[in-house]
Design a protein around this ligand. Structure first.
Ligand code: DC
Length: 229
């Protein structure tokens, strides 16, 4: 594998704890953790801040030429920049979550973000997390994992995260959001959320955070060691 960067693709539904779990796994291997959802969120944030209807493809497409998204890594943390502004915190609202789900169904938005994701993976050892990484962005990834948990457990985790950030949201609303986003992500025509044929399924419903990280690290080590043999 020398000379070529190592690419780990992690896909799965919203709120499976992918970001937290994948970030910890990336750290264990000394790889960069790439959260591709942040790029879709940045596009949605820009469209919403311009008062655009995020479900109107033409309205969003016409903005793309004005958007330069970038991912930067500071102290091992990913930060998302939009036209030079750090929007990492602004893209974490429920409104932007729904907006990201809508803009991610627009083919030209996916094309627009594709090259950036490929470039980062070509230049770095990465744990890249998204919905179509193993199927579309990195079909030749060294390891592919589909990370999931039940909708109720995912809503519980998301609700806890939002509450800890000081946002007041009802659990039922978060669960509805998770189910709606699942539906959108699974049923869209382009790059729908689905497990790649050669991905390992990792269900973390009954695992605590450390247990889930251990599951992921074990799968990755096992696969990378097998490749080296
Ligand atoms: O992982 P997240 O919740 O930050 O993702 C936000 C939205 O972006 C989600 O609804 C699905 C979409 N997305 C995508 O379509 N493809 C990716 N590779 C990553 C995210």
């Amino acid at each position: 594998m020398s000379g070529k960067s190592i690419n780990i693709a992690i896909d799965g539904p919203a709120g499976a704890g992918k970001s937290t779990i994948a970030k910890a796994a990336a750290k264990a291997f000394g790889f960069i953790y790439v959260d591709t959802g942040a790029l879709y969120r940045a596009v949605a944030y820009y469209a919403l801040s311009r008062g655009r209807d995020v479900s109107n493809a033409e309205a969003v497409e016409s903005l793309l030429r004005d958007i330069t998204p970038e991912l930067k890594y500071m102290n091992g943390e990913q930060r998302v920049f939009l036209n030079g502004e750090d929007v990492s915190d602004k893209i974490r609202t429920p409104e932007v979550s729904m907006g990201a789900s809508a803009v991610s169904a627009i083919p030209r938005v996916r094309d627009f973000l594709f090259d950036l994701q490929k470039k980062i993976a070509a230049e770095n050892n990465v744990v890249m997390d998204g919905r179509d990484i193993g199927t579309v962005v990195l079909p030749d990834a060294d390891v592919k994992i589909f990370l999931t948990a039940s909708p109720e457990e995912r809503a519980r985790r998301r609700h806890k995260e939002l509450t800890e950030k000081g946002q007041t949201v009802a659990f039922e609303e978060v669960l509805e959001d998770v189910n709606r986003r699942d539906y959108n992500d699974i049923h869209r025509d382009i790059a729908p959320l689905k497990q790649a044929e050669d991905a390992v399924l990792c269900d973390t419903t009954d695992a605590d955070l450390q247990g889930a990280v251990d599951m992921l690290v074990n799968i990755i080590s096992g696969k990378l060691n097998a490749k080296e043999c």
